[in-house]
Design a protein around this ligand. Sequence first.
Ligand code: LLP
Length: 420
Amino acid sequence: MNNTEELNTPQLSGNFKKELLQEAADRFNTPLYVYDLDRIQKRFNELKQAFSGRKALVCYALKANSNLSVIKKLASLESGADCVSLGEIKRAIMAGIPKYKIIYSGVGKQDCEIKEAIKLGILFINVEGKEEMLRIEACSKELGIPARVSIRVNPDIDPQTHPYISTGLKENKFGVSIEEAKGMYLYAHNAKFLEPIGIHFHIGSQITKLKPIAESAQKIAQLTRSLLALKIGIKFFDIGGGIGIAYSKENTIDLYDYAQAILEELRGLDVTIVCEPGRFIVGNSGVFLTKVLYQKENQGKHFVIVDGAMNDLIRPSLYEAYHQILSLKNPNAESASYQVDIVGPICESGDYLGKNISLPLLEQGDILAILSAGAYGFSMASNYNTRPRCAEVAIEGGEMRLVRKRECFEDLIALEKEYL
Ligand code: LLP
């Protein structure tokens, strides 16, 4: 297994040695997210390396994992940030990402958010539609500051991923058609308060095949050429995020092939490549730890009830997503002795972390590691059932530290209690 494969595969290696994870569970209690900052660094550098020798900017997509310490680590590696709310922009800045490396995406931006982004002087705003562009123009005029924009083009290409995270088909709410984009660019080019400096596409997430990305890049590069011919100064070619990771043994996109495919389409174009990876960087750099509470047999079906639930990690419930689950006491899959469903304490049948998982016999208090949980894990957590969101721990060079403390009941009612 080469280095890249090792980094991309869910497994207990590097800072995720079973002894360290057990220590994290003992010290900080469960449920708990643990992140390997060294692995995050390696993943980030792999991607940066893939585009080395080209003008390129990696803008980490904060939505995948917006813990400030994770962002700070990426800031130290010179990452930019792809943000989808003013909150994320503020997190990025707070963690040390320079404003000029921040891009702002998302389908429902509000005036106050647009104005703040313009005032802050971020790199550009990814525009999702004509009406939004007119709002951005109005906001810029009011502020007297021109807005740098990039238009999200929907190439109508199937990314072959889960329908909920597919975004580049015409039936999806994202971006505008190539035809509409042309009109919008012409408008923006002639508008005093709009500076169309970029072009953007993002066709979906957890993409494991290169072809749809390469085809999209081809279509958008063609459009870029026609815009440049009209003297519209496109300087940034934003290829979105979406590179998939291995949750099990699936094949994923080779980074070298990915970069080559993009570079091939951009031949002769003098643009800076921007990419917006989230999952690729943090997905396999995070583990969710949960403790066995009880076991029960219901008419032949064996359930293991754990202290983590769908409010902590919603991916299995929401997308039927698979996450590898190991017992820290005995992580060897070969020693499996029964098949179980790992379920949480929430009162919904959809509250599960794994179904029909083969595991060695478990006992009360055993810690289970749910792998590949670094992306869209904590960032999608909620307080459903008035469950406090769990703590987050980072390990770097074998040293662990708390990077978000466990919420308590007081935190959960803080904004309500004065109205009693
Ligand atoms: N850029 C844009 C415009 C996006 O919408 C997204 C993700 C990204 C970048 C980062 O995509 P990534 O590199 O992480 O695939 N909650 C789902 C994933 C939703 C992705 C939404 N957009 C999940 O748990 O699988």
